[in-house]
Design a binder for this molecule. Structure first.
Ligand SMILES: Nc1ncnc2c1ncn2[C@@H]1O[C@H](COP(=O)(O)OP(=O)(O)O)[C@@H](O)[C@H]1O
Ligand code: SF4
Ligand SMILES: [Mg+2]
Length: 319
């Protein structure tokens, strides 16, 4: 068995008294994509920030996280900072918040190479133009001189991707990278990410609330609900034979291009308030298959098929 690039075991993130991420275990092999899906508030971003070492303070992390064979929890901040940028990088939903508004984008890309790779500034700026070209920006030598506000949303996201891949990280975390973009631009950015991943051999932790987008990107899928993994497995397996009622609900909300639906179906009810956790299955209040036993304890993940696990006591019956 090759060692996974990234492994978490019983990862928890607590903010004050509130458990945001609860005993989350997953693995990501080099060059593969793990798609993390769930409605807003399920703890996807917090999981990504935990991997990056960027959780808001004060928060407490528990469990185990191993990246390239090194434990991440308790790693001194200078080492962590070196990993970020060099070995792992992240892109966000809204690039404007991550870009510096008063620095030309070419210089911002070059800074990565100067800081992390020790490249001389002039060479780094030349290299930055090449990266802009690489992420599909036309007239890259001119665009390198532009400020973020002079670019479209799609172009800003391309700049963020250029910054993220500048030092050729082994892991790219993409947290809702296309959610703020028009549908046509969205498809272009997803294509770009797939192409870069293929060419660079990066692994990707790809996060979205949209299972339709996840299905185009992921090799494996992990479905999160209330900070927990409720289903995970090979993408096709999860999409074609979902075992968890929540996953089936998410699948039902994927727009069908054949039928022009005026109103998209949604899963009735709301995500739970994490401050008031109940002892049983967190999905129970919204679950059509719920029975009294669902309140007895948090259902553990158990195998439904090889490499396909579901945390529902009625997975076989409910399917
Ligand atoms: N800085 C914060 N302070 C307090 N609670 C937070 C903070 N960030 C996120 N949360 C809470 O953590 C939970 C998970 O958030 P998040 O990871 O952003 O979810 P997702 O990315 O799946 O939408 C939510 O209930 C949210 O309210
Ligand atoms: S454990 Fe019960 S409430 Fe939870 S998803 Fe399964 S059937 Fe529904
Ligand atoms: Mg989020």
């Amino acid at each position: 068995m090759p060692q996974p690039l990234l492994l978490t075991e019983d990862l928890t993130v607590d903010l004050g008294e509130v458990r945001i991420v609860d005993r989350l275990s997953f693995q990501l092999e080099a060059g593969r994509t793990l798609g993390v899906v769930g409605e807003s508030g399920c703890g996807k971003s917090m999981t990504a920030l935990a991997v990056m070492g960027l959780v808001p303070t004060p928060s407490r992390l528990g469990g185990r996280m191993v990246f390239e064979g090194r434990g991440l929890l308790g790693m001194p901040e200078p080492e962590r900072r070196t990993l970020r940028g060099r070995r792992m990088a992240m892109i966000f939903q809204e690039p404007m918040t991550a870009l510096n508004p008063v620095v030309p984008v070419g210089v911002q890309i070059a800074e990565m190479l100067v800081v992390h790779d020790g490249m001389p500034p002039a060479e780094a700026e030349r290299h930055a133009v090449g990266l802009l070209d690489r992420v599909g920006i036309a007239a890259p030598d001119q665009r390198a001189k532009a400020y973020p506000h002079e670019l479209s949303g799609g172009m800003r996201q391309r700049v963020m991707i250029a910054i993220a891949i500048a030092c050729r990280p082994a892991l790219l975390i993409a947290d809702e990278p296309t959610t703020a973009l028009d549908v046509s631009v969205q498809a272009q950015i997803l294509d770009l990410l797939l192409e870069l991943q293929r060419d660079e051999g990066m692994a990707m932790l790809f996060i979205s609330h949209n299972l339709g987008v996840i299905s185009e990107m992921a090799d494996e899928i992990m479905v999160m609900y209330a900070g927990r993994a409720v289903e995970r497995g090979p993408a096709q397996e999860v999409l074609l034979r979902p075992g968890h009622p929540y996953t089936r609900g998410l699948i039902a909300t994927i727009p069908d291009p054949e039928r022009r639906q005026a109103v998209l179906p949604v899963i009735a009810g709301n995500v739970p308030d994490l401050r008031f956790r109940t002892p049983g299955c967190a999905f129970a209040p919204r679950c059509g298959a719920a029975v009294a036993a669902c309140a007895d304890g948090v259902p553990a993940l158990r195998p439904l098929a090889p490499a396909h696990e579901v945390a529902c006591i009625r997975a076989e019956v409910a399917a």
